[in-house]
Design a protein around this ligand. Structure first.
Ligand SMILES: NC(=O)c1ccc[n+]([C@@H]2O[C@H](COP(=O)([O-])OP(=O)(O)OC[C@H]3O[C@@H](n4cnc5c(N)ncnc54)[C@H](O)[C@@H]3O)[C@@H](O)[C@H]2O)c1
Length: 388
């Protein structure tokens, strides 16, 4: 835990939600589970906010986002809107003195992500991005095994995030439209989660990469498509590992398959978020399937076991754990280990920019680290190698 925040320390957090779609559902359930008052909601119209108020059990629907953000009784704003709106909404919330949970991508370009991260640090507010796959206990277990040296020196990484919800040329969504989703679709949407898990588990940074983008259909629902359906990436890390990533939103039968395999000189670890209760531990002899059980896990992983073994935890449980840690940071001013902050959203923006640059221009691209001086952070985020 690091103590670098001033806080208003509200006794019972009053949460406000911007947006009334899928993620407003998920965020509000997690906020309720963490003991918050679901105080307010605003969306693209008062009518849609009013419908969501009734559906989600929120106390008040606001006529405008500005009314919600400027309500002095609200402690935390959850930004759950289309990508291009995130930066301005998060900025408005921080300027109104709120703590912020802003959906990914934090911003659709690096410049805005740097500015937001600097603003959050200067305001001394908790500012988090839901890279929630970090909150599966078996992801924490994988991270602990790497940290403790059980995996050995990490040699290779193989990651994929595969979905099929855009498989047909008739499938469409605001994410396809770059004026709402931003210039990168598949990578910014799900590749960012995958890279976050890779860097989180390895405690290392992707230092350079080469990428190819593909768009499966030049038109969807009669409109030209400029955003990518598929991204393949080759990369190396600061610590010397090499890896590949495959990201697709057109992979038949795959719904939300984030899979990660890390091989070190002693162990291979395999995690699949559609089977999040297990971690495969491969050894030259004596491979085993580790099943989630707090008694058998590192304390950093056991901490996220909210249910007894045999009672499966899933996506919403991971989200609940994330929000619970955000609110802990809001209440105490200390940041729980592994809480994804705006710095991590900035990191995703840098990776997305490097992928886009490589796909457009060809060749290898460096991925610059987050320099503390550009974000106003008092202490640099260190990799494991740098800490040693
Ligand atoms: N962290 C995760 O696991 C995860 C998962 C899914 C989506 N997301 C992110 O969450 C965000 C929202 O996705 P979703 O699936 O909920 O989308 P959605 O389309 O279901 O909902 C978006 C909502 O925002 C409202 N909205 C649109 N423009 C607005 C504006 N200018 N002001 C206020 N409200 C506005 C819409 O009316 C709608 O209610 C996206 O950025 C997405 O990348 C994150």
């Amino acid at each position: 835990m690091e103590n670098d925040k001033t806080t208003t320390a509200p006794s019972r957090i009053r949460a406000g939600f911007v947006g009334a779609g899928f993620m407003a559902d998920v965020h509000s359930k997690a906020a309720r589970a963490a003991g918050a008052d679901l105080a307010g909601i605003a969306s693209s119209s008062h009518a849609s906010a009013a419908r969501a108020k009734d559906r989600l059990g929120v106390t008040q629907a606001y006529a405008s986002v500005q009314d919600l953000v400027e309500d002095d009784t609200i402690d935390v704003i959850h930004v759950c809107t289309p990508n291009v709106t995130h930066a301005a909404l998060a900025e408005a919330a921080l300027n109104a003195g709120k703590h912020v949970v802003c959906e990914k991508p934090l911003a659709t370009n690096v410049k805005d992500a740097v500015a937001l991260t600097a603003l959050a640090n200067s305001r001394g507010r908790t500012a988090a991005v839901p890279f929630i796959y970090r909150f599966h206990p078996m992801v924490r277990e994988a991270r602990a095994r790497v940290r403790l040296g059980q995996v050995g020196r990490v040699l290779t990484v193989q990651g994929s995030f595969l979905q099929d919800w855009l498989l047909s040329s008739e499938d469409d969504d605001w994410r396809v439209d770059e004026s709402l989703g931003g210039p990168s679709r598949a990578f910014a949407d799900i590749g960012s989660h995958l890279c976050d898990v890779v860097e989180f588990v390895l405690d290392d940074r992707i230092s350079s990469l080469a990428a190819l983008n593909r768009t499966a259909f030049s038109q969807r629902a009669g409109r030209d498509v400029r955003t990518e359906d598929i991204v393949s990436v080759v990369f190396e890390t600061s610590g010397g590992a090499v890896g590949t990533l495959l990201i697709s939103q057109v992979a038949p039968g795959r719904k939300n398959r984030l899979a990660l395999e890390i091989s070190g000189t002693t162990e291979t670890l395999t995690f699949d978020q559609e089977q999040p209760e297990t971690l495969w531990v491969g050894r030259r002899s004596g491979s085993q399937l580790l099943v989630r059980d707090p008694a058998a896990l590192d304390p950093s992983a056991a901490r996220y076991c909210s249910l007894p073994p045999g009672h499966p935890q899933g996506y919403q449980d991971a989200f609940n754990a994330f929000i619970s840690d955000v609110y802990l940071a809001v209440r105490t001013g200390t940041v729980p280990d592994g809480l994804p902050l705006f710095e991590d959203g900035l990191r995703a923006a840098r990776l997305t920019a490097a992928v886009q640059r490589s796909a457009r221009e060809g060749g290898w691209q460096e991925v610059p680290p987050n320099h503390p001086e550009s974000t106003g952070r008092k202490t640099p985020l260190l990799t494991l190698k740098e800490r040693q």
